[in-house]
Design a protein. Structure first.
Length: 295
């Protein structure tokens, strides 16, 4: 029987279920410096998970819909978009208010002349205790040597309960969950060779695969796929990401705040993300500028 030697490549996105936590001094705190959009010519900034992904492009989506409830909170509950502002309108309806963690998300608005500026930030940390194993030698992912972490026979007894197998078909099709100290949360790692038109399609397929995994667990001759042995090995690349991007598709959107008409003049997002053997950290900052006027 062939056992599992998993080399995990993260494609399109890492789905991070977040919770508030305190991070002690470690490499997890060393967030990378961000680079301007020109440094990432092949990267798309998605305002919603339903936005199309161009073939051969990377995609960044970091909970931009959290900005919308901030707009409502700061400007008033009467805020609505007009018919021409379809992109911003779709953004407004993409919000699941039940997923918003107020302790992690902060926003403030200030006025300068006829312009309003909304600054919002999200800061999330999840820790792995005990830490995953640090691999001393670089691993090869897609022909590229990178630093990696994970589990081997040396750390099997200590770490096997920190890795949950949600779906396993073979070494190129699987979903793993990394369990942090808050066991109600986890980081999902998804490996597949499928191409998706949107992140929403990828997420839906991921959830479908997880359901298939649960069905597999009821079949005796498939149970081996969902448990670890000392002969299994998991290698996960360390990720250090620092990017800046803009959303031209939202520029020019109009919202109404009572008698005041507000036009979105610009929006910029900065994302810093880390994933390593100590945990994962996501820091996001938005700066949106509105030009105000009377109705």
């Amino acid at each position: 029987m062939k056992r599992k030697t998993l080399l995990v490549m993260l494609i399109a996105t890492v789905t991070v279920a977040v919770s508030c936590g305190v991070t002690t001094k470690s490499r997890l705190q060393q967030l990378p410096a961000t680079l301007p959009p020109a440094s990432y010519p092949h990267t798309l900034w998605l305002s919603t998970m339903q936005q199309a992904i161009e073939p051969g492009k990377n995609a960044v989506y970091a909970s931009l819909p959290l900005v919308w409830p901030s707009v409502e909170q700061q400007f008033g509950k009467t805020v609505n978009t007009d018919e021409p502002s379809q992109a911003f309108n779709r953004l407004a309806h993409a919000v699941d208010h039940n997923t918003i963690h107020t302790k992690q998300f902060q926003s403030v608005i200030h006025q300068k002349g006829d312009k309003l500026f909304l600054t919002a930030s999200l800061d999330v940390s999840l820790r792995f205790e005990p830490h995953f194993e640090t691999f001393l030698y670089k691993m090869v992912f897609e022909n590229i040597p990178v630093r990696a972490f994970g589990m081997s026979n040396y750390s099997f007894h200590q770490l096997r309960h920190k890795l949950e197998i949600h779906r396993y078909r073979d070494n190129d099709h699987f979903i793993l969950g990394l369990l942090p100290t808050d066991r109600s949360q986890q980081v999902l790692l998804y490996r597949t060779d499928k191409k998706y038109p949107t992140l929403a399609a990828m997420y839906a397929d991921q959830q479908d695969e997880i359901q298939h995994g649960r069905a597999d667990m009821t079949v005796p001759d498939r149970l081996w796929r969902y448990s670890w042995t000392p002969y299994d090995r998991v290698a996960i690349p360390r990720i250090t990401l620092g990017v800046e991007g803009t959303y031209p598709q939202l520029t020019g959107s109009i919202i109404q705040n009572g008698d005041q008409q507000l036009t979105l003049a610009s929006i910029q997002q900065t994302v810093a993300f880390l994933l390593n053997e100590t945990g994962t950290k996501l820091a996001v900052e938005w700066l949106a500028g509105f030009v105000g006027g009377e109705k």
